[in-house]
Design a protein around this ligand. Structure first.
Ligand code: NDP
Ligand code: ZN
Length: 349
């Protein structure tokens, strides 16, 4: 990112690596919708000559003197969020906000990202995850951000066995919320989206009902399908501030709305007063940035390793070679209708 609205290639020095950190070279990377918000919407403010990217699988090049568990040559999953684990926020259980709200998101935000020949991972022992042999590299890149974010939506909504869930937005993040809801034992799962490729994927991940938000209001469609009752849990992974109007309407009393969507404009989120029970409806709204951390990442890896989750369904576009990172980024910006996620395999350069 050269500046807001401008991208290009730049030369930089190899990043500094402290005693707890590791230098990693990418084996595969993927651009995120957040990279698009960052460059073309100026979502995190002006940034100059900042390397983008926060989704990668890589190989450790070197480690700091205090790193115990990783060594050069190890294949690793690199999470999008790499907190400071010694912070008070981490002690409180919210490591993603270490150093300030959302500040656990460092790559392509406060420091250079992973679209580079080499990048630095802070606190390697706490933030990296070993990738066992036999786990496909391209599939594993989806564990950096798409899987933990989508899964966090289901965690925020506290999806339980047999509950009805509505996932609003079925891009890669929402699709992983559908998959997480199914893994957590949800009964009926409504998926809201319009693109046929995403709709097909949602069905594969366990959606029982599809709602096309372009065909009319989400809340009216859900009301018609549930006899006016609504759903136990709502996960928001797409839409905008107005989407909360529908989310609150379809959430049954006592329900929870888990938001992982980035709300990029407007000063306020809209909560409809009457449907929120005039403030007394016991409808909880929770929103969160994905948690990082080695423990969580290695658990997610095990879902791939033991065949519980197939992220290859997300990978609609594949590029071979470092130089194609730019093509993948532009593809993510332009979002052709058949795109779910692109992946760039670096090693084949
Ligand atoms: P996509 O753009 O790929 O998907 C968005 C989805 O929302 C699509 O299914 C789209 O439908 C649907 N949608 C669009 N408009 C509406 C609407 N008005 N009502 C209902 N649904 C709508 O995004 P991603 O899956 O890549 O990312 C989702 C969000 O998650 C982004 O805002 C991203 O920035 C954020 N994010 C958050 C993170 C976190 O830690 N909390 C981390 C990573 C990403 P259609 O089929 O028509 O395209
Ligand atoms: Zn992201």
């Amino acid at each position: 990112m050269l500046g807001i609205g401008r991208t290009g290639w730049i030369e930089k020095n190899t990043p500094e690596c402290g005693p707890l950190d590791a230098l990693v070279k990418p084996l595969a990377v993927s651009p995120c919708t957040s990279d698009i918000h960052t460059v073309w919407e100026g979502a995190i403010g002006d940034r100059h000559d900042m390397i983008l990217g926060h989704e990668a699988v890589g190989e450790v090049v070197s480690v700091g003197s205090l790193v115990r568990d990783f060594k050069p040559g190890d294949r690793v999953l690199v999470p999008a969020i790499t907190p400071d684990w010694g912070s008070l926020e981490a002690e409180a259980g919210f490591s993603m906000h270490s150093g300030g709200m959302l500040a656990g998101w460092k790559f392509s935000n406060f420091k250079d990202g992973v679209f580079a020949e080499c990048f630095m991972v802070n606190e390697a022992d706490a933030n990296l995850a070993l990738l066992p042999d036999g786990v496909d590299i391209a599939s594993a890149v989806m564990l950096s951000d798409m899987v933990p974010t989508g899964f966090h939506g289901a965690e925020l909504a506290r999806v339980q066995y047999g509950e009805s869930v509505c996932v609003i937005g079925i891009g890669p993040v929402g699709l992983m919320s559908v998959a997480a809801s199914a893994l957590r034992g949800a009964g009926r799962i409504f998926a809201v989206g319009s693109r046929p490729r995403c709709v097909d994927a949602a069905k594969q991940y366990g959606a029982t009902d599809i709602i096309n938000y372009r065909d009319g209001s989400i809340s009216e469609q859900i009301a018609a399908l549930t006899g006016g009752r609504g759903v136990d849990k709502v996960i928001v992974a797409g839409g905008d501030n107005d989407t909360f109007i529908d989310a609150v309407k379809i959430c049954a009393p006592g329900g929870i709305i888990g938001n992982v969507n980035y709300l990029g404009s407007g000063d306020y989120v809209k909560i409809p007063r009457v449907e929120w029970g005039c403030g007394m409806g016991h409808k909880t709204i929770a929103g969160g940035l994905m948690p990082g951390g080695r423990l969580r990442m290695e658990r997610l890896v095990s879902l791939l390793k033991y065949g519980r989750l197939d992220t290859s369904i997300l990978l609609t576009h594949r590029f071979d070679g470092f130089s194609h990172i730019e093509d993948a980024l532009f593809l993510m910006r332009d979002k052709p209708r058949d795109l779910i996620k692109p992946v760039v395999m670096i090693e084949s350069d």
